[in-house]
Design a protein around this ligand. Structure first.
Ligand code: PLP
Length: 285
């Protein structure tokens, strides 16, 4: 089946979908993005993802190229045209096309928008969850505003590649004080030996994950206590369980950190329960 991409007002065959050579996203990574999970052909937590998109755009003073209601139609239509039942939909908005100049382009420059969608193999994701994933730790080298979901992802790219070369699926980034910030493309969680569920507070040092918010809601609904505080690598290695959250992966148990097994080296029961229950606490549109 041929794939379709939405580019600046038109649905194009994926192989012909193009942005301009002087798009500021291409030249300066001057743009933001969102990824929503698609489940049974519906968007998961669109409202919260769009609220974060609007916030990211606002922080960078990039305009929204169309009303959110129209964007919602484009997201659903891109999912429909690509016949995605289970997968992801991606939206990227950049500051637009202009003669290359570091400072903002002239007022009136239209932001560019691209939407793509693709299927993911749900059975494969379930197998991964049943086995759990390995993570490595690396020094945090990103800028001071990872709370903005910017397409400027070079440190994340290098961290993910380092993980892959080490036989791991994710890299946890560690700040100057020895505390884990988050994964290269996910939020990081532990359950301490004492049973405390811990994740870093969503300040400027991490992306405020939508899946993170869903898991916090799930924990609250179940009456399970959690603490939003930074944790160290040593604490994570001594934890009973660990896991990551992201829209494309929901909840994935972590079974080793830098080669050290977490708990008994198998996916933990709480992480697996949160994975199973996740969509009961998400919104579908
Ligand atoms: N942190 C980073 C750096 C990410 O790239 C992502 C998702 O891609 C997340 C956290 C998780 O965010 P969400 O749950 O909204 O997908």
């Amino acid at each position: 089946m041929s794939r379709i991409a939405y580019v600046n007002g038109r649905y194009r065959p994926h192989r012909d979908a193009r942005v301009h050579v002087e798009d500021r996203g291409y030249q300066f990574a001057d743009g933001v993005y969102e990824v929503c999970e698609v489940r049974e052909a519906r968007l998961v937590d669109e409202r919260r993802h769009m609220a974060r998109l609007v916030r990211s755009l606002g922080e960078l003073r990039i305009g929204l190229p169309m009303p959110l209601s129209a964007l919602s139609v484009v997201l659903h239509e891109t999912v429909r045209r690509n016949r995605v039942r289970n997968g992801i939909v991606y939206v990227e908005i950049t500051r637009g096309v202009a003669r290359r100049d570091f400072a903002f382009p002239p007022p009136g420059t239209t932001p560019s928008i691209v939407v793509t969608a693709r299927s993911l193999d749900s059975a494969k994701a379930e197998n991964t969850a049943a086995e759990g994933i390995a993570v490595i730790t690396l020094a945090e080298t990103r800028w001071a505003r990872p709370d903005i979901k910017s397409v400027s992802l070079l440190p994340n790219v290098l961290a993910k590649q380092a993980a892959r070369e080490a036989g791991a699926r994710e890299a946890w980034l560690v700040d100057a004080h020895g505390f884990v910030t988050e994964g290269a493309s996910s939020n990081a969680w532990i359950i301490t030996a004492g049973g405390e569920v811990v994740t870093r507070p969503a300040d400027h040092s991490i992306l405020s994950g939508i899946s993170r918010a869903v898991v916090l809601d799930a924990l609250a609904a179940k009456g399970l206590p959690f603490t939003e505080r930074p944790f160290t690598v040593a604490e994570a290695k001594a934890a009973r369980e660990a896991f990551i959250t992201a829209a494309s992966q929901i909840v994935q148990p972590v079974v080793s950190i830098d080669g050290t097994p977490v708990g008994d080296g198998r996916p933990g029961p709480l992480a697996l329960m949160l994975r199973r229950e996740f969509h009961r606490h998400a919104e579908f549109t």
